[in-house]
Design a protein around this ligand. Structure first.
Ligand SMILES: Nc1nc2c(ncn2[C@@H]2O[C@H](COP(=O)(O)OP(=O)(O)OP(=O)(O)O)[C@@H](O)[C@H]2O)c(=O)[nH]1
Ligand SMILES: [Mg+2]
Length: 369
């Protein structure tokens, strides 16, 4: 999987959820190894997080060009020349190739922005994005106008600042109320939050507490990052009065509509960004492991079942996967490998009798010492 700026969403994978790479070719006479199958590279948008079904992070493709192997192809089988010996000059068997990895993965796209605008519905977040950047999100006088997060780019003396506008947060958002949970995830990796509030409503400060609480409940780490408070709609009388009575420090009174206070807000955003730490995958609410580092069912286990004995363990299962059970020569080698891996000893200490059924992977054998 590879992150590229050429793809902007994950819709392709919704349409086509199953992908597999080409199979390798068979080997041929004259010691010819079969050609390897071509890789499949899945292009995903920058910011795609790959998780397994338990929510464990597999890869965080947070930069253009970042890539990760999420499924390895199977090893090819060894050709018959590998089984040549003084008594077996032309072995009649070869190993089949090994099956490649097969994984069910979840792709989650997180916006990557420097600044996240969060606030109650109708506070003017989209209006602010529109005044600060060239983005033209939908603005309307009803709650939840914004249904999908939107990005805009602001130019500052220090460089470009990417700003994310998300749908409004209401009480209970962190538990999924409104559209909250889906969208809080999108600001999870923004470095600075701007709390945007409507200064013209009677409970403007209470709204700030509600929103801060929701962010805190969603991610204490996110709540601790630097933030800026923007009290909007300063062009309205109620907001103007709020500003006159205000004693709180660090609150920016602005009007997204007239542009009043916006240069100062921009300065505050730039200063906050200057001290804000980089956000890395470790800061995300997911644990990181590699697929290959998963605790494997390593080691050999023999289990008594009503019908006989079940043998499990990576190495024996691998051996079964690599053996062509139709070929007598391969079967003989399989027997000696089982012995070498200690399978026979383990079966005997479990009380196996000649003629008992032994199952490895999905394959049944009759035990013959
Ligand atoms: N008077 C005044 N109205 C504003 C200002 N900013 C936004 N509005 C109005 O407030 C309403 C909501 O604005 P939006 O920008 O859509 O608000 P939002 O926070 O994005 O809302 P949601 O997407 O629903 O959460 C619209 O009618 C805007 O025109 C402002 O500074 N002054
Ligand atoms: Mg909006």
């Amino acid at each position: 999987m590879k992150a590229t700026t050429g793809v902007s969403d994950l819709s392709l994978y919704k349409q086509r959820p199953k992908w597999s790479a080409e199979a390798g070719a068979d080997g041929a006479g004259g010691r010819k190894t079969g050609r390897g199958g071509a890789d499949v590279v899945l292009d995903v948008p920058v910011g795609t997080v790959v998780l397994d079904l338990e929510g464990v992070l597999v890869a965080d493709l947070d930069r253009a060009g970042a890539d990760a192997v999420v499924a390895h192809g199977g090893m090819g089988g060894r050709g018959n020349v590998h089984f040549k010996s003084s008594v077996r000059r032309a072995p009649d068997y070869s190993e089949p190739g090994f099956k490649g990895d097969e994984h069910a993965l979840v792709l989650d796209l997180k916006l990557i922005a420097d600044i996240g605008l969060v606030g109650p519905p109708n506070a003017g977040k989209s209006s602010l994005l529109s005044s600060l950047t060239a983005a033209r999100p939908k603005v309307a006088d009803y709650p939840f106008t914004t249904l999908d997060p939107e990005l805009g780019v602001a130019e500052s003396p220090g460089g470009r600042i990417v700003i994310a506008d998300i749908p409004g947060l209401i009480e209970g958002a962190a538990r999924g109320a409104g559209l909250g949970l889906r969208f809080l995830r999108h600001v999870e990796r923004t470095r600075v939050l701007v709390y945007v509030l409507d200064g013209s409503v009677p409970d403007a400060w209470a709204a700030l507490e509600t929103v801060r609480n929701e962010v805190e409940q969603f991610s204490p780490e996110l709540a601790r990052r630097p933030f800026v408070v923007a009290m909007n709609k300063l062009d309205l009388d109620e907001s103007r009065k709020l500003k006159t009575r205000n004693r709180r420090k660090g609150v920016h009174f602005i009007s997204a509509l007239t542009g009043e206070g916006l240069p100062e807000l921009m300065d505050a955003m730039v200063s906050a960004l200057a001290v804000a730490p980089e956000v890395t995958a470790q800061g995300l609410a997911v644990k990181k492991t590699k697929l290959s580092e998963r605790p494997a069912t390593a080691g050999l286990a023999v289990e008594r079942k009503p019908w006989g004995f079940a043998v499990s363990g990576d190495r024996v299962e691998y051996l079964v996967g690599r053996t062509d059970l139709e070929s007598e020569g391969a079967l003989a080698r399989f027997q000696s490998e089982l012995d070498r891996l200690g399978v026979n000893t383990a079966l005997e200490s479990a009380g196996v009798q000649p003629g008992d059924t032994v199952k490895i992977s999905e394959i049944e054998f009759e035990y013959q010492p």
